[in-house]
Write a protein of this length. Structure first.
Length: 189
């Protein structure tokens, strides 16, 4: 999703930095590898000019973003693989705005509303943890009732943009309201 979005924004030509690669979190390594492989295969005119390791330390992530912006004044897009990396990049861009518009594509942000933090934030690729919880409960219930359940369930993330950020689906997905009785978790209730 991120690589397709980058390709659309840059029309196949431009520069990208990948921030927030955390070797302790397999998911970020998989994201980075899949992103790079898709760009190589589909958008040969887009260059990855920097790859930076990340952590869950906001000041560190802000410093990494600042260093990246200084090292690459011609940068078009920053892809942040973690929420702290998104926060650090947006803070760096807000603190020292550049003359050029640099777009940010983030993953798994926290807090709402997401697009009011910075005009640089283009989109967020968000895991739907609400659907994950619902599906897990449904699978547990089915298994307890002797039914067979799949060993792997793929729940794709959602691309959240300015256009769909206020939709019911996205607002529900990002809601942190876990009040008992607020949600129907299973069709068997």
């Amino acid at each position: 999703m991120a690589a397709k979005r980058v390709g659309e924004i840059l029309h196949g030509h431009g520069t990208v930095a990948i921030l927030g690669i955390n070797p302790d979190v397999t998911g970020t390594l998989i994201r980075a590898r899949a992103f790079e492989e898709f760009l190589v295969e589909h958008y040969s005119g887009i260059r990855i000019v920097d790859r930076r390791m990340g952590s869950y330390n906001f000041p560190h992530e802000q410093q990494v973003a600042e260093d990246t912006l200084r090292a690459h004044p011609d940068l078009d897009i920053i892809v942040d693989l973690t929420s702290p990396s998104v926060d650090g990049t947006l803070s760096a861009l807000n603190a020292a705005p550049t003359r050029r518009a640099i777009r940010v594509i983030g993953f798994d942000v926290t807090g709402w509303p997401i697009f009011q933090r910075s005009p640089s934030l283009d989109c967020v690729i968000q895991a739907n943890t609400l659907s994950m919880g619902r599906e897990a409960i449904q699978l547990i219930h089915s298994r307890l009732n002797g039914q067979t359940v799949p060993s792997v369930v793929d729940l794709p993330p959602k691309l959240i943009t300015h256009a769909n950020a206020n939709s019911y689906e996205v607002r529900e997905m990002l809601s942190q309201d876990w009040t008992l009785g607020r949600r129907q978790w299973s069709s068997s209730q």
